[in-house]
Design a protein around this ligand. Structure first.
Ligand SMILES: *Cc1c(COP(=O)(O)O)cnc(C)c1O
Length: 395
């Protein structure tokens, strides 16, 4: 499957007709346990390839099909699927970092990950430095002798800042650290961080890869060696296994990922251009616009600009209320990457205090773009003129 095109891979990767029934669509194997016909160890430390399926928290045939498809899309040797993106993220952070270790993380990112890295990890004796990783000099300055992990998100929540993955990998490796990339906003259609030198890639499958807003899931991808260790500790022991039903739904969504990403990009560009020309809109950030401060990097690092837009308006609280009341097509809701368009107001005060904990120059740099708050718009697959008309009414 490695030599096939991305659409063929997305559709057929990891799947084959069922050997017994010749069903063309994959079975959903809703079984928590599997009957064994030879002695198997009860310890995950002694699992082997001859009895691949023993208990679904360890592995499951439907989940395995999804994991194989994701490996092919992301150019990874191995993948573990999880119950959610947060489960996948905490599996990486909690199994790679121990008391006395140091983590460097982007200073704006998904709020759940911001909160784990600002609160939970320091409480467990892990040192954390957050910096604006879109400036590689800042990343380099933050590295220490005991830095074990560099965690970046690109494009990142909520300002769509990009980080140069190849540059970040060089800096991490020079200090003996690994680079983990939250690539949820990009999807494997836009960017394949492992090809650029990253050690681990994390996805919230809830977003673009599942794509339909119906199932939570997460995944970690990387080399055989990195992922085997994570499977044992991060997946089997912490226990956040994905339901085979959700794995099946996400696999069905993933089959159309390349097609969907093309329309997400096309629609997002149309909506971003409309917003840029609207008099009530002060700032638009979309990696596909020439006005994006890192448009050059976006062009080098992203084969698709994805469907995420951030924009700031005059009187944002009033606009947020209008959007809640007047939108007919776009849903005013959190989450992203679905076929339905979603918009949400991300209030600065709230985010910088409870999640990002920004102060001083970093806070100022954030506020210069976000002001009192910024709208995060996940442009879906509806007709772009309907999306523009919907926004136009509310703006
Ligand atoms: C949604 C999201 C997560 C968390 O994933 P869940 O599936 O909601 O647990 C992590 N990172 C990013 C960038 C996300 O958008």
């Amino acid at each position: 499957m490695n030599s096939k095109g991305i659409q063929t891979t997305a559709i057929h990767g990891g799947e084959t007709p069922d050997a017994e029934t010749r069903a063309s669509s994959p079975n959903i194997v809703m079984s928590s346990t599997f009957v064994v016909d030879r002695p198997v160890s009860f310890s995950v430390n002694n699992m082997d390839d001859e009895t691949p399926y023993v208990y679904t928290r360890w592995s499951n045939p439907t989940t395995r099909q999804l994991e194989t498809k994701l490996c092919l899309l992301e150019h990874a040797e191995q993948c573990i699927a999880f119950a959610s993106g947060m489960a996948a993220s905490s599996a990486i952070l909690l199994s790679q970092l121990h008391r006395g270790d140091h983590l460097v993380v982007s200073n704006t990112n998904y709020p759940g990950i911001a909160e784990i890295t600002r609160n939970l990890l320091p409480a467990n004796g892990i040192e954390v430095t957050s910096v604006n990783t879109s400036r590689l000099e800042s990343l380099e300055q933050a590295m220490r002798q005991n830095t074990r992990v560099v965690w970046i998100e690109t494009p990142s929540n909520p300002l769509l800042r990009l980080t140069d993955i190849a540059g970040a990998a060089r800096i991490a490796h020079a200090s003996g650290a690994i680079l983990a990339v939250d690539s949820t906003f990009a999807s494997p259609v836009a960017t394949r961080p492992l090809d650029l030198g990253a050690d681990l890639v994390m996805h919230s499958l809830t977003k673009y890869i599942g794509g339909h807003g119906d199932a939570l899931g997460g995944a970690i991808l990387g080399s055989n060696m990195m992922i085997s260790r994570l499977r044992e500790r991060g997946a089997m022991h912490y226990g956040a296994a994905i339901s085979p039903f959700n794995a099946w739904l996400i696999m069905r969504g993933a089959a159309t990922l390349p097609l969907r990403m093309r329309v997400h990009q096309e629609n997002a560009l149309a909506v971003a251009q409309y917003l840029e020309n609207h008099e009530a809109v002060e700032i638009v950030r979309y990696p596909g616009l020439e006005s994006h401060p890192q448009h050059d990097l976006a062009t080098r690092q992203m084969e698709n600009f994805s469907g995420m837009i951030a924009f700031r308006t005059r009187q944002p609280r009033r606009v947020a209320e209008n959007l809640m009341k007047q939108l007919e097509v776009i849903h005013y809701a959190v989450s992203l990457g679905h076929h339905r368009s979603l918009v949400f107001f991300m209030e600065t005060q709230d985010l910088v205090q409870s999640s990002f904990k920004l102060t001083g120059a970093e806070l100022k740099e954030y506020e210069e773009v976000a002001g009192e708050g910024i709208f995060r718009l996940s442009v879906g697959l509806e007709d772009s003129r309907d999306l523009v008309a919907d926004l136009d009414r509310a703006l």
